[in-house]
Structures are given as C-alpha cells and as structure tokens.
Design a protein. Structure first.
Ligand code: IMP
Length: 430
C-alpha cells in the first residue's frame, strides 16, 4: 500500500499525532496536507513529550522525510521555533529530512491580527478560532492575494509583504483594532526568510515520484472531519479540507496514484470539541470533569495550542458513521480507552430524536444539529485499569464489547486501541 491517510473522525484532538507516530516508523514520507499551526499533535516518547503544531509528527522517527504540503498555511516564525525545539530535543532537522511545498501559503502577523479582530467583531457568534491566522490566510489564498512559500525566493518579496501589511492595517482600523508595525514584520521576515529557503521544494513532484517508486507515504490530517470547511459543522469549522480527499489537492498527488489507499480514522472513545458550535452528546458537571480530567496531566482535555478546556460528551455514533462515509475510512483507531475505566455503564449515541422522529443517519450533513436529542445505547462499563494491557484478548470483555459496538455502528473494523499516552500503550486487533 503506497498511501495511508490518517484522518480525524471527530472535531480534532483525537490523538492523531501519536497514531501517525505509530505508523511512521515504516514510512518513507510523512506529509501534512491541510491547516497550519492551529493543530496540536502530542507524542510521548519515554520521558519526552513532543507538542507539534506544524511539522508532521513522523519527524520524530529517524527514517521518514517530513513534508509540509501545498494545502497548508505556514507561519515562518512558528516553523522555525518548532525546528529549534525539535533540534534541542535531539531530533535531526535538515533539508534532507524536511521540505515545504513552494505552493503552501504564508501566514503573516497580518493574518493573526485579522483573525483576532474578526473574532472580536463576531461577538457572541464567534467561532472560537485558535487565533493563528488560519481563516484570513486561506481567505487571501481563495481571493488570489496570498503570498506563497515560493515567493520567499523572489527579490521583491519584502515589498509585497509590506503592501500586505498596509492593506491589513486598513482592515484592522475598520474593525477598531490596533495596527501592526510594518517595519517590525518586515525585519522579522528578513530573518525567517534566510532560514527557510533551504527547505523549499516541489513536494508534489517528489511525492508522485516516490509513489511511482513504490515508496510508502503517510498523510497526516490535522483537525477532524467535523471541522472540514465543506463537510463539517459549518460555520463552526476551520478553513481547510481536513477530510481524506484533501490529501490529493493538499499534496498534489493524483487520485489514481493511490490504488489501495488505506484511510485510518482516529476517534476518541468519547467525544470532545473546542470552540463554539453544536454538540448533541455534550455532558456537564461531574461527568464532564471525569472525562475531561483536571488539567494536571498533559493528556487531560485542555487544548495543546490554546490551553482551553475542551467540551466533552459521549461518543456520537451518528457523526462517526458520517465521518466514515465522507472519508471512505477503511478502519478505525480508538484512542483513550483507558479514560473509560471505572464507569459502571457507558452511553453510545446511535441515533437522534428530532421533531418526533428517530433518525440514524444525517440527511443534510452535520451543520444543523441544534435540537437533536441523542438516542443512547447503554453498554456495560469495566472496572479494570487497562493501561498495562497489550493484547486484544486481555482487554476486559466489556471493553471489547464497547469496541465491537463502535465497529458495528461505524461499519468498519477497529484496528487499534490506545490505552495510555505512551508510544507502546497500544492494543492491536490482529
Ligand atoms: P481555526 O482553525 O483557528 O480557524 O479555528 C476554527 C475552529 O477549529 C475553532 O473551533 C477551533 O477551536 C477549531 N480547531 C482548529 N484547529 C483545531 C485542532 O487542531 N483541534 C481542535 N480544534 C481545532
């Protein structure tokens, strides 16, 4: 299989980083195809916790080449800070190991300032963005005014950047926000530009050649299906194609090159979301605290990028089935199974009540979920701590029953379950 796509089945934060890490050891390339440093991918290796926002999680393994694809939006400062952090942690970083597509778009301080000012202007209807400039950078891309990574090579790049800042300052003034210091931005980019130039490449060409040569590409999705610009809970979504088909445009790979591609959906054993928007299975109070954790552990449900407490709830099987459909998922990985230890019973959402009717599938997508009452299947919980278990057969019968119920509802098998944050805390369904 030349291509394996790792995609989030929920609203992001499913634990994709550590699943990419699990599959990356055998890959020749690990490539991100969407989003920017709004993502927060955590990987724990022994005593080290890596929090990656921009660079593919596979970089932690020595073999794969890490690629930032053309579908991404890249903040040069965030890129260089992250390469520094990785180097200090002993990860080898050089242009032989890491490449950025010339066609990826640049995030500048203008985008970040606009992102924040637009959120303030939205007031109560805000989206709850990460403030990383993602929406404004993709807006510039779509309106064909964006600066691309390849533009860093042009001698007049800094003039174009300065013009973009001037224009953003006009919009910021209209929004009642403070202007940004044009000279300081230009100076910062002058420094970043030099450092970034060696990493710029035609990554589409390289990946297509790699596929032809029989090499293995692991595509790392950021955010999740329900945050997809087309298929998510619009308008409470991010601005990119998070779903598996985003790989083809976001990496410049032909659809036919991917014969036999595997689409691995990563799904938490319960549901979480950050930011605003509908969430039918959301729970509150003591139950929420139990699922979320207190914030003392790095794996508790607080944002890697923003530190915000995540909203939590029972696993929504209707949304999961939808995610399987729009991604063409071939298998699932269920993360954080250990968090459910100790619940006497578990609730799995298998349908919704709406206007006196019961539905088990969405007919108009997930945007309009307000007023949908979850229909739950109650399943027995398990008391045992599962964090030391490494084989499927050793899982408590109720845990296997829960995973079977998820697979049945989703219509695809569960291949792996994680039982803790460490690299080896995984149980494979062989
Ligand atoms: P943006 O991507 O910063 O524009 O934010 C848009 C929405 O996507 C907000 O609700 C964010 O909280 C959410 N979001 C963006 N990136 C992530 C992520 O990596 N995990 C979870 N939610 C995210």
């Amino acid at each position: 299989m030349a291509l394996q796509i790792i995609v989030g089945a929920q609203w992001g934060d499913e634990g994709k980083g550590r699943i990419v890490d699990w599959f990356a050891a055998d890959s020749d390339y690990v490539a991100r195809y969407n989003g920017g440093d709004n993502a927060g991918h955590s990987v724990t290796v022994g005593p080290k916790l890596f929090k990656l926002h921009l660079i593919p999680s596979g970089i932690i393994h020595p073999k794969p080449v890490a690629v930032l694809g053309n579908g991404m939006v890249v903040n040069p400062k965030a890129f260089l800070d992250e390469t520094d952090m990785l180097q200090k942690a002993g990860v080898e970083i050089n242009p032989q190991r890491l490449r950025i597509s010339y066609a990826a778009h640049l995030i500048t301080p203008a985008h970040m300032a606009l992102d924040k000012a637009q959120e303030v202007a939205r007031g109560k209807g805000n989206i709850g963005t990460t403030g990383r400039g993602i929406g404004p950078a993709y807006t510039d891309k779509a309106t064909r005014r964006g600066l691309r990574v390849g533009d860093l090579l042009a001698p007049d790049f800094l003039q174009h950047l300065s013009a973009q800042i001037d224009e953003a300052n006009q919009q910021l003034s209209f929004l009642g926000a403070s202007p940004i210091d044009n000279g300081a931005v230009v100076e910062e980019f002058q420094r970043c530009r030099e450092a970034m130039l060696p990493y710029i490449a035609d990554t589409s060409l390289e990946l297509c050649n790699a596929i032809s040569a029989g090499q293995r590409i692991l595509a790392e999705g950021a955010q999740g299906t329900l945050l997809d610009i087309d298929h998510g809970t619009y308008p409470f979504v991010t601005s990119s194609s998070t779903v598996a088909s985003g790989v083809f445009t976001g990496l410049g790979i032909g659809v036919t090159a991917a014969e036999g591609a595997q689409v691995t959906g990563v799904c938490k054993s319960f549901q979480t979301r950050v930011g605003s928007g509908p969430f039918p299975t959301e729970v509150f109070d003591d139950l929420a605290l139990r699922l979320r954790g207190t914030g003392q552990n790095p794996w508790d449900e607080y944002g890697t990028t923003t530190g915000r407490a995540r909203r939590v709830g029972w696993l929504d099987g209707v949304l999961l089935r939808y995610a399987v459909r729009v991604n063409g998922m071939t298998e699932l990985v269920i993360t954080k199974l250990d968090i459910l230890s100790g619940f006497q019973t578990l609730q799995l959402c298998v349908g919704y009540h709406q206007n006196g009717k019961t539905i088990v599938d969405l007919s108009f997508g997930p945007s309009n979920l307000e007023g949908y009452e979850p229909v739950y299947q109650e399943l027995p919980g398990w008391a045992e701590d599962v964090s030391a278990i490494r084989t499927w057969d050793d899982l408590p019968a109720a845990a296997k029953g829960y995973l079977d119920a998820i697979a049945h509802l989703a219509g695809v098998p569960v291949r792996l379950a994680s039982v803790g944050p460490e690299r080896e805390q995984m149980v494979e369904n062989k």
